[in-house]
Design a protein around this ligand. Structure first.
Ligand SMILES: Cc1cc2nc3c(=O)[nH]c(=O)nc-3n(C[C@H](O)[C@H](O)[C@H](O)COP(=O)(O)OP(=O)(O)OC[C@H]3O[C@@H](n4cnc5c(N)ncnc54)[C@H](O)[C@@H]3O)c2cc1C
Length: 380
């Protein structure tokens, strides 16, 4: 019998375990972590903006930029991000860091296995060969793709953020190491969705260059390759480069709830809705959710819900509707939004921190009719 079980040591499970150790919650208590993977591969790069909160200094080899560029078909903007910075952390670095924190606590058992089921009434978690009882909570972190079909329906929308990124080394100096390209919308537009590229440089000759789509349908891999090569060679004008690393993956973007709490089984991470439906970002939202879980565990509160604003939930729902149905050209919407609004205001908007007045200013910059139609559909 364990006090707590975490099923899945991904971003959410590892952040939670790290913060449980740090907060002292585990003194005199036990935690079982069940994870099938070694968490030793660099399977993703996390990037995000933040106002330089002190906890970020705990993270290893965090790359930080203070300037960002945006490219539209007919404009180019450059921003000093202050008070924000844009960060990048490699998955492998984060996994190693979190595993070190976990190893420092003798009350944690790490089991390399998969959870195949759980029972909220008897407070049990099952692996193919064992069952484990939990006294307090089971935090469920893994996302099962069989849930995806249920994410479309009345008032629920689901699209993919899908991408191919290469870390490239160029022969000549091509990048500004202190400036990211946050969004480059000079790539060809797609029907029913959005396409853009972004660049996270680490030196004059090295950068992660990623081609990204928001749409309902996934592509064949060679189509992403063609689009990325086109971006690097035709738009950036880089002819000589070597591919050092590849990121090819997808993130579900949905306003639907993947899983609800069932008694003492608490969803965390993507399953709980930490991925922002309209952006696919989740690093900071996941951290906020973990902070809340820790506060609740420390105070004996039983509230583990994600703090979410209904207003921003509705905006996300409407935007995904517009993109998924092709009511408006996604690139036109984003080009106008980023042309007519300060990037820092948009960061605050995406952080769900803006006032209604500021939201109206942002909404005023995009084509009205498609959004009015989508609002109408969502309200019906
Ligand atoms: C390639 C990629 C890049 C991303 N980049 C960004 C970014 O730049 N910024 C950002 O904010 N967000 C980004 N995201 C979105 C999001 O932050 C990540 O997907 C994040 O890892 C989600 O965290 P999670 O804990 O929900 O899931 P995961 O980190 O995927 O963790 C789930 C864990 O559950 C384990 N598991 C699976 N099945 C079982 C089972 N049956 N039993 C037990 N364990 C199981 C898995 O092995 C895994 O370790 C990215 C996502 C991807 C895929």
């Amino acid at each position: 019998m364990y006090d707590y079980v975490i099923g899945g040591a991904g971003l959410a499970g590892l952040t939670l375990a790290w913060k449980m150790v740090e907060s002292g919650i585990l003194s005199g208590k036990t935690l079982l972590i069940i994870e099938p993977d070694n968490k030793s591969k660099n399977d993703r790069t996390w990037s995000f903006w933040n106002e330089n909160e002190p906890w970020l200094t705990q993270l290893p080899t965090l790359k930080k930029w203070n300037e960002a560029e945006i490219w539209g078909h007919n404009y180019h903007k450059i921003y000093t991000l202050n008070p924000f910075s844009y960060y990048k952390i490699e998955g492998k670095e984060f996994y190693e860091f979190a595993k070190l924190q976990i190893q420092s606590c003798p009350n944690i058992t790490w089991l390399k296995d998969s959870v195949i089921g759980e029972d909220a009434n008897s407070q049990q978690v099952f692996t193919p060969t064992h069952s484990f009882r939990f006294k307090e909570y089971f935090f469920k972190n893994y996302f099962n793709s069989s849930l995806l079909p249920s994410l479309n329906g009345k008032g629920k929308h689901f699209i993919w953020q899908h991408f191919l990124g290469w870390t490239i080394r160029t022969k000549t100096e091509q990048f500004k190491p202190d400036v990211i390209t946050y969004m480059d919308m000079r790539v060809p537009a797609i029907e029913k969705g959005l396409s853009f590229a972004y660049i996270l440089p680490t030196s004059e000759t090295e950068a992660l260059v990623e081609y990204t789509l928001f749409s309902a349908d996934l592509w064949e891999k060679n189509a992403y390759q063609k689009a990325l090569v086109n971006y690097i060679e035709q738009i950036l004008g880089i002819s000589e480069y070597k591919i050092l690393d590849e990121e090819f993956n997808k993130i579900p973007m949905t306003n639907a709830v993947f899983a609800k709490r069932e008694k003492n089984i608490i969803p965390i991470g993507t399953l709980a809705g930490t991925v922002k439906p309209s952006t696919g970002y989740s690093f900071i939202r996941n951290f906020r959710h973990v902070q809340k879980i820790i506060r609740s565990l420390l105070s004996g509160s039983d509230d583990f819900s994600i703090d979410a604003s209904l207003r921003f939930k509705f905006y996300d729902e409407v935007l995904i509707n517009v993109l998924k149905t092709g009511k408006a050209d996604g690139q036109q919407v984003f080009q106008l939004m980023y042309e007519q609004n300060d990037l820092r205001l948009l960061f605050r908007f995406l952080n769900e921190e803006t006032s209604l007045l500021q939201d109206l200013k942002i909404m005023n910059s995009v084509p009205k009719m498609p959004f009015v139609k989508a609002v109408w559909e969502e309200l019906l």
